[in-house]
Design a protein around this ligand. Structure first.
Ligand code: NDP
Length: 278
Protein backbone atom coordinates (compact mmCIF):
# COMPACT_ATOMS: atom_id res chain seq x y z
CA UNK A 1 0.00 0.00 0.00
CA UNK A 2 1.16 3.53 -0.73
CA UNK A 3 2.16 5.64 2.27
CA UNK A 4 0.04 8.67 3.21
CA UNK A 5 0.90 11.74 1.16
CA UNK A 6 1.49 15.27 2.42
CA UNK A 7 3.14 18.34 0.87
CA UNK A 8 3.91 22.00 1.31
CA UNK A 9 2.68 24.36 -1.40
CA UNK A 10 4.10 27.83 -2.09
CA UNK A 11 5.77 29.95 -4.77
CA UNK A 12 8.73 30.07 -4.78
CA UNK A 13 9.18 26.83 -2.86
CA UNK A 14 12.84 25.94 -3.42
CA UNK A 15 13.91 27.34 -0.04
CA UNK A 16 11.40 25.36 2.04
CA UNK A 17 12.59 23.34 5.02
CA UNK A 18 9.21 21.65 5.54
CA UNK A 19 10.02 18.34 3.76
CA UNK A 20 13.17 18.02 5.87
CA UNK A 21 11.29 18.80 9.09
CA UNK A 22 8.35 16.48 8.44
CA UNK A 23 10.66 13.75 7.12
CA UNK A 24 12.54 13.95 10.40
CA UNK A 25 9.31 13.84 12.44
CA UNK A 26 8.00 10.85 10.43
CA UNK A 27 11.18 8.91 11.03
CA UNK A 28 11.26 9.75 14.72
CA UNK A 29 7.64 8.73 15.31
CA UNK A 30 7.66 5.77 12.89
CA UNK A 31 4.87 7.15 10.69
CA UNK A 32 4.46 5.75 7.18
CA UNK A 33 4.08 8.91 5.14
CA UNK A 34 5.70 10.94 2.40
CA UNK A 35 6.05 14.75 2.35
CA UNK A 36 6.93 16.71 -0.78
CA UNK A 37 7.15 20.29 -2.00
CA UNK A 38 4.87 21.69 -4.71
CA UNK A 39 5.35 24.96 -6.54
CA UNK A 40 1.80 26.29 -6.90
CA UNK A 41 0.99 28.38 -9.98
CA UNK A 42 0.41 32.10 -9.32
CA UNK A 43 -1.51 32.38 -12.62
CA UNK A 44 -4.34 31.80 -13.44
CA UNK A 45 -6.31 32.74 -10.33
CA UNK A 46 -7.74 29.21 -10.08
CA UNK A 47 -4.27 27.65 -10.35
CA UNK A 48 -3.80 27.23 -6.62
CA UNK A 49 -7.12 25.54 -5.89
CA UNK A 50 -6.80 23.33 -9.00
CA UNK A 51 -3.40 22.14 -7.76
CA UNK A 52 -4.77 21.39 -4.27
CA UNK A 53 -7.71 19.48 -5.75
CA UNK A 54 -5.42 17.38 -7.93
CA UNK A 55 -3.33 16.57 -4.89
CA UNK A 56 -6.45 15.47 -3.00
CA UNK A 57 -7.60 13.36 -5.97
CA UNK A 58 -4.20 11.68 -6.03
CA UNK A 59 -4.74 10.61 -2.41
CA UNK A 60 -3.22 13.58 -0.54
CA UNK A 61 -4.10 13.72 3.17
CA UNK A 62 -2.87 17.18 4.13
CA UNK A 63 -0.86 20.22 3.09
CA UNK A 64 1.10 23.07 4.57
CA UNK A 65 0.58 26.38 2.83
CA UNK A 66 3.12 29.16 2.54
CA UNK A 67 3.42 32.51 0.72
CA UNK A 68 1.62 33.67 -1.35
CA UNK A 69 -1.24 31.18 -0.91
CA UNK A 70 -2.31 31.50 2.74
CA UNK A 71 -5.34 33.62 1.84
CA UNK A 72 -6.30 31.45 -1.13
CA UNK A 73 -6.18 28.40 1.15
CA UNK A 74 -8.46 30.20 3.59
CA UNK A 75 -10.91 30.96 0.77
CA UNK A 76 -11.13 27.37 -0.52
CA UNK A 77 -11.47 25.64 2.86
CA UNK A 78 -14.77 24.15 4.09
CA UNK A 79 -14.12 24.37 7.82
CA UNK A 80 -11.73 26.63 9.78
CA UNK A 81 -10.49 26.80 13.33
CA UNK A 82 -11.08 29.96 15.34
CA UNK A 83 -7.46 31.04 15.04
CA UNK A 84 -7.49 30.48 11.27
CA UNK A 85 -10.72 32.48 11.12
CA UNK A 86 -9.22 35.37 13.06
CA UNK A 87 -5.93 35.44 11.20
CA UNK A 88 -7.71 35.27 7.85
CA UNK A 89 -4.92 32.98 6.73
CA UNK A 90 -4.34 29.24 6.64
CA UNK A 91 -1.01 27.43 6.96
CA UNK A 92 -2.19 23.84 7.30
CA UNK A 93 -4.99 21.82 5.70
CA UNK A 94 -6.35 18.35 6.37
CA UNK A 95 -8.39 16.48 3.75
CA UNK A 96 -11.10 14.31 5.25
CA UNK A 97 -14.26 12.80 3.74
CA UNK A 98 -14.15 15.19 0.80
CA UNK A 99 -13.79 18.25 3.02
CA UNK A 100 -10.92 20.69 3.47
CA UNK A 101 -10.33 21.49 7.14
CA UNK A 102 -8.09 24.49 7.74
CA UNK A 103 -5.82 25.62 10.55
CA UNK A 104 -3.20 28.22 11.32
CA UNK A 105 -0.44 26.99 13.60
CA UNK A 106 2.03 29.87 13.17
CA UNK A 107 0.92 31.69 16.32
CA UNK A 108 0.77 28.63 18.58
CA UNK A 109 4.17 27.59 17.30
CA UNK A 110 5.56 31.01 18.15
CA UNK A 111 4.10 31.08 21.66
CA UNK A 112 5.25 27.52 22.32
CA UNK A 113 8.78 28.37 21.22
CA UNK A 114 8.86 31.36 23.57
CA UNK A 115 7.30 29.67 26.60
CA UNK A 116 8.52 26.07 26.35
CA UNK A 117 11.80 26.18 24.43
CA UNK A 118 13.09 29.56 25.52
CA UNK A 119 11.55 29.30 28.99
CA UNK A 120 10.06 32.79 28.92
CA UNK A 121 6.57 32.64 30.46
CA UNK A 122 4.18 35.24 29.05
CA UNK A 123 1.63 35.31 31.88
CA UNK A 124 1.65 38.65 33.69
CA UNK A 125 4.20 40.21 31.30
CA UNK A 126 4.01 43.28 29.09
CA UNK A 127 4.22 42.10 25.49
CA UNK A 128 4.80 44.24 22.40
CA UNK A 129 4.14 42.90 18.90
CA UNK A 130 5.55 44.87 15.98
CA UNK A 131 3.59 44.48 12.76
CA UNK A 132 -0.02 43.73 11.87
CA UNK A 133 0.40 41.47 8.84
CA UNK A 134 -0.47 37.79 8.52
CA UNK A 135 2.01 36.55 11.13
CA UNK A 136 0.91 39.10 13.75
CA UNK A 137 -2.74 38.30 13.12
CA UNK A 138 -2.11 34.60 13.58
CA UNK A 139 -0.21 35.25 16.81
CA UNK A 140 -2.81 37.40 18.54
CA UNK A 141 -5.14 34.69 19.90
CA UNK A 142 -2.33 32.41 21.14
CA UNK A 143 -0.63 35.39 22.81
CA UNK A 144 -3.87 36.50 24.46
CA UNK A 145 -4.45 32.93 25.66
CA UNK A 146 -1.07 33.03 27.43
CA UNK A 147 -2.49 35.83 29.65
CA UNK A 148 0.00 38.67 29.40
CA UNK A 149 -0.59 41.67 31.69
CA UNK A 150 -0.78 43.76 28.56
CA UNK A 151 -0.55 43.18 24.83
CA UNK A 152 0.31 46.06 22.50
CA UNK A 153 0.31 45.84 18.70
CA UNK A 154 2.29 48.56 16.91
CA UNK A 155 2.17 49.06 13.16
CA UNK A 156 3.29 51.63 10.58
CA UNK A 157 -0.26 51.79 9.24
CA UNK A 158 -2.00 52.21 12.60
CA UNK A 159 -5.44 51.49 11.11
CA UNK A 160 -4.38 47.96 10.33
CA UNK A 161 -3.30 47.38 13.94
CA UNK A 162 -6.58 48.90 15.20
CA UNK A 163 -8.69 46.73 12.92
CA UNK A 164 -6.83 43.66 14.07
CA UNK A 165 -7.25 44.42 17.76
CA UNK A 166 -10.96 45.21 17.32
CA UNK A 167 -11.57 42.07 15.33
CA UNK A 168 -9.77 39.92 17.88
CA UNK A 169 -12.16 40.77 20.74
CA UNK A 170 -10.32 38.37 23.00
CA UNK A 171 -10.67 40.37 26.19
CA UNK A 172 -7.80 41.41 28.41
CA UNK A 173 -5.74 44.48 27.81
CA UNK A 174 -4.95 44.69 24.09
CA UNK A 175 -4.16 48.00 22.42
CA UNK A 176 -3.09 49.18 19.00
CA UNK A 177 -0.72 52.07 18.32
CA UNK A 178 1.81 53.59 15.95
CA UNK A 179 5.58 53.51 16.45
CA UNK A 180 5.75 57.12 17.67
CA UNK A 181 3.31 56.28 20.50
CA UNK A 182 5.75 53.71 21.85
CA UNK A 183 8.02 56.46 23.21
CA UNK A 184 5.55 57.07 26.01
CA UNK A 185 4.40 53.51 26.65
CA UNK A 186 7.11 52.35 28.99
CA UNK A 187 9.15 49.18 28.93
CA UNK A 188 8.15 45.71 27.76
CA UNK A 189 9.25 42.26 28.93
CA UNK A 190 8.92 40.74 25.48
CA UNK A 191 9.23 42.47 22.11
CA UNK A 192 8.30 40.42 19.05
CA UNK A 193 9.25 41.56 15.57
CA UNK A 194 6.41 40.26 13.39
CA UNK A 195 7.10 42.76 10.60
CA UNK A 196 8.76 41.67 7.38
CA UNK A 197 11.31 44.52 7.64
CA UNK A 198 14.18 42.09 8.33
CA UNK A 199 13.68 40.37 4.99
CA UNK A 200 14.99 43.55 3.33
CA UNK A 201 17.55 44.35 6.02
CA UNK A 202 15.42 47.12 7.52
CA UNK A 203 14.59 48.07 11.07
CA UNK A 204 11.01 48.89 12.07
CA UNK A 205 11.11 52.37 13.70
CA UNK A 206 10.90 51.02 17.24
CA UNK A 207 12.44 53.19 19.99
CA UNK A 208 15.14 51.52 22.11
CA UNK A 209 13.18 52.62 25.20
CA UNK A 210 10.71 49.73 24.77
CA UNK A 211 13.17 47.13 26.08
CA UNK A 212 13.20 46.51 29.81
CA UNK A 213 16.48 45.50 31.47
CA UNK A 214 15.42 41.83 31.51
CA UNK A 215 13.54 41.89 28.20
CA UNK A 216 13.48 39.19 25.53
CA UNK A 217 13.52 40.05 21.84
CA UNK A 218 12.07 37.62 19.32
CA UNK A 219 12.54 37.95 15.57
CA UNK A 220 10.12 36.00 13.39
CA UNK A 221 12.44 35.86 10.40
CA UNK A 222 15.04 33.07 10.58
CA UNK A 223 18.38 32.15 9.12
CA UNK A 224 19.24 35.84 8.70
CA UNK A 225 21.74 36.09 11.55
CA UNK A 226 21.66 39.22 13.67
CA UNK A 227 18.91 41.27 11.98
CA UNK A 228 18.77 45.06 12.55
CA UNK A 229 16.03 44.43 15.16
CA UNK A 230 18.07 41.85 17.08
CA UNK A 231 21.15 44.06 16.79
CA UNK A 232 19.25 46.97 18.35
CA UNK A 233 18.07 44.72 21.18
CA UNK A 234 21.58 43.51 21.82
CA UNK A 235 22.99 47.05 21.71
CA UNK A 236 20.67 48.13 24.51
CA UNK A 237 21.72 45.14 26.61
CA UNK A 238 18.92 42.62 25.97
CA UNK A 239 20.23 39.16 26.88
CA UNK A 240 17.46 36.90 25.59
CA UNK A 241 17.37 37.18 21.81
CA UNK A 242 16.08 34.54 19.38
CA UNK A 243 15.02 34.19 15.77
CA UNK A 244 12.06 32.32 14.27
CA UNK A 245 13.61 28.92 13.60
CA UNK A 246 11.99 27.47 16.73
CA UNK A 247 8.62 28.85 15.62
CA UNK A 248 9.07 27.21 12.23
CA UNK A 249 9.73 23.80 13.78
CA UNK A 250 6.97 24.16 16.41
CA UNK A 251 4.24 25.09 13.90
CA UNK A 252 5.31 22.05 11.89
CA UNK A 253 5.07 19.86 15.00
CA UNK A 254 1.53 21.16 15.64
CA UNK A 255 0.49 20.29 12.08
CA UNK A 256 2.14 16.87 12.34
CA UNK A 257 0.31 16.09 15.60
CA UNK A 258 -2.98 17.27 14.07
CA UNK A 259 -2.54 15.03 11.04
CA UNK A 260 -1.02 11.96 12.64
CA UNK A 261 -2.20 12.02 16.25
CA UNK A 262 1.34 11.82 17.60
CA UNK A 263 3.50 14.73 18.77
CA UNK A 264 7.12 14.68 17.61
CA UNK A 265 10.10 15.91 19.64
CA UNK A 266 11.43 19.24 18.41
CA UNK A 267 14.57 20.09 20.40
CA UNK A 268 17.15 18.18 18.36
CA UNK A 269 15.73 19.46 15.10
CA UNK A 270 15.69 23.09 16.25
CA UNK A 271 19.33 22.74 17.27
CA UNK A 272 20.18 21.22 13.92
CA UNK A 273 18.44 23.97 11.92
CA UNK A 274 19.63 26.89 14.03
CA UNK A 275 22.03 29.21 12.24
CA UNK A 276 24.12 31.02 14.87
CA UNK A 277 23.06 34.65 15.23
CA UNK A 278 26.66 35.83 14.97
P1 NDP B 1 3.00 40.55 5.88
O1 NDP B 1 3.46 40.99 4.53
O2 NDP B 1 1.65 39.98 6.05
O3 NDP B 1 3.10 41.80 6.89
C1 NDP B 1 4.21 42.62 6.89
C2 NDP B 1 4.20 43.53 8.11
O4 NDP B 1 5.48 44.13 8.23
C3 NDP B 1 3.18 44.65 8.06
O5 NDP B 1 2.69 44.90 9.36
C4 NDP B 1 4.03 45.84 7.57
O6 NDP B 1 3.58 47.10 8.04
C5 NDP B 1 5.32 45.54 8.27
N1 NDP B 1 6.53 46.13 7.66
C6 NDP B 1 7.13 45.78 6.50
N2 NDP B 1 8.25 46.51 6.31
C7 NDP B 1 8.37 47.34 7.39
C8 NDP B 1 9.31 48.34 7.77
N3 NDP B 1 10.38 48.62 7.02
N4 NDP B 1 9.11 48.98 8.94
C9 NDP B 1 8.04 48.70 9.72
N5 NDP B 1 7.10 47.77 9.41
C10 NDP B 1 7.27 47.10 8.24
O7 NDP B 1 4.14 39.55 6.40
P2 NDP B 1 3.96 38.27 7.34
O8 NDP B 1 3.15 38.69 8.50
O9 NDP B 1 3.52 37.12 6.54
O10 NDP B 1 5.48 37.96 7.79
C11 NDP B 1 6.14 38.76 8.75
C12 NDP B 1 7.48 38.13 9.11
O11 NDP B 1 7.28 36.89 9.79
C13 NDP B 1 8.41 37.82 7.94
O12 NDP B 1 9.73 38.14 8.32
C14 NDP B 1 8.26 36.32 7.78
O13 NDP B 1 9.41 35.73 7.22
C15 NDP B 1 8.10 35.90 9.23
N6 NDP B 1 7.42 34.60 9.42
C16 NDP B 1 8.08 33.62 10.10
C17 NDP B 1 7.51 32.40 10.32
C18 NDP B 1 8.25 31.36 11.08
O14 NDP B 1 7.81 30.20 11.11
N7 NDP B 1 9.34 31.68 11.73
C19 NDP B 1 6.15 32.10 9.82
C20 NDP B 1 5.49 33.21 9.15
C21 NDP B 1 6.14 34.40 8.95
P3 NDP B 1 2.41 47.93 7.24
O15 NDP B 1 1.13 47.18 7.46
O16 NDP B 1 2.40 49.24 7.92
O17 NDP B 1 2.83 47.96 5.82
Amino acid sequence: MMSDRYAVIGNPIGHTKSPLIHGFFAQETGQDMSYGAIEGPVEPASGFSDTVKSFIEAGGRGMNVTAPFKLAAFAMSDERSERAELSGAVNAMKFEDGRIIAENFDGVGLVRDIEVNLQRPIAGKRVLILGAGGAARGALLPFAAARPAELVVANRHVDKARALVEQAAVGGSITACGYADLESMGRFDLVVNATSASLTGQLPPVPASVFSASASAYELAYGKGLTPFLRLAREVGVQGIADGVGMLVEQAAEAFAWWRGVRPQTRALIDRLTVPLD
